[in-house]
Design a binder for this molecule. Sequence first.
Ligand code: ADP
Length: 549
Amino acid sequence: MQGLMQEWPLVCHKIIDYAAAIHGARPVVSRSVEGPIRTTTYADIARRARQVAKRLERDGIRLGDRVATLAWNTERHLEVWYGLLGLGAIYHTVNPRLFREQIAWLINDAEDQIVFVDLTFVPILEAIAGELSTVERVVVLTDAAHMPETALPNAVAYEDWIAEVDADFRWADFDEGTAAGLCYTSGTTGHPKGVLYSHRSNMLHAMTVSGVDMMNIGCQDMVMPVVPMFHANGWGLPFAAPLNGSALVMPGPKMDGASIYEMLTRYGVTVTAAVPTVWLMLLAHLDEHGGALPDLRRVVIGGSACPRAITEAFQERYGVHVCHAWGMTEMSPLGTVCTVRPELGHLSEEETLRLQEKQGYPALTVEMKVTDDEGRDLPWDGTTFGRLKVRGPAVAREYYKGAGGEILDADGFFDTGDVATIDPYGYMEITDRSKDVIKSGGEWISSIELENVAVGHPDVAEAAVIGVGHPTWGERPLLIVVAKHGHAPDKAEIIDYMRDKVAKFWLPDDVVLVEEIPHTATGKIKKTALREQFGDYELPAEAARPVTL
Ligand code: ADP
């Protein structure tokens, strides 16, 4: 027997309609690409999104068509995002930090018909225009006064383009399984693969991430997604914020410590989210210039492991609660959040900090397991690590155009490519990415854990660990370090500092000081580049080593 409740498809544009109707006056503040800070509201965004949809339809865009954005987090990007959703077209958020050839490849693979581009990225598009086979028009996200001279196809200034129509537009009708957005994972091997979100998966994900024990946002909050909309669905915040009536602060093109600090304090941001690199820059800025974060109550940190030093700095120095989160593009992207549950309320401050190094536990919509290489389930004992696998209504079942073939196991679980432990309370901890874990004498060494420990040293700004070939042990860890501004760390002293914090055989065999550690387009340490650079690194002879194995 079926239930007798109404059909009400979970389609994403309902979110912006709801925000306009109930939270219409709530501000959306953006640092514009042109420079000035602009303030608009959810009511404005909903109205202009309808104009976008109507104008897109006039340009021939229909249900299922792909449209690219190459843009920072601003209110215009949000208008385009919802305009596309309400038309049943698909937003394809392109990461402008990728190589130009990759960007061209992505746009062609997606078969994007229109590209919305910020002024910053017009030169990128100009450089690859000749290679784009499906793009018929480029809309530059600016007004006539700032419109550059360009030979891009049918280029037009966004403000002129939407001004040609009014907002009298009825959203298209389609079911909740319809594709909504396309986001490519970074292609560590071969080409990137597209993850195609549906309206339903986005809606369920947005509801999940908003929860009190997840990102915890509501209508009292001023939310600043520093994580760009072109990273893994903007971590769901472009949906979760309007869904909850949270005001938004969009940082636009400026993500350095000073600019982020300015937006946080000037607009009273209460919840914000980004990768650790951003927070390292903010904390360095605060160290150098002083300052306080009186309104900020919660900072969501994910994308790479959040080192304990960041958690301590936020919580102890600035009174801001750190919420360590893990996820991936294929998961919409949030998988787990590390919230302290009541059964762990008795933990000491020290033990709580240790717990917060874990990536946390999932909400209802994500099921997890760890398995060995043969796919056998491993125990949730907090020490046995294995392949982390997930399933749920906002987890990919296959890639766009079938790239990579079959991606689920017989029980419908997706292998995340991460190696992790799960403890008896269900808290998951990433040990490494399966390709980064260091295999030494038949044992596994977590590069992440070593990096986290190393950045706790007062002279170290950033640390990366890779495995370097070794005749006896197979691989041994090499620690690569960027010193804090004006500091000159001593190699042996760093190793000494780490000595009582990790197993003896985990201690790096050597330390290299570098000016800069390379990062991927999503802000993670680029281990492939480090391996290329240091793969043949000659480790000190056994006797000279700081460690006896
Ligand atoms: P990309 O691979 O394109 O950089 P993703 O966001 O999809 O982008 O990356 C997902 C991966 O990032 C995860 O599989 C995991 O390896 C890593 N990751 C994300 N959050 C964390 C975290 N909190 N701790 C450790 N690793 C993380």
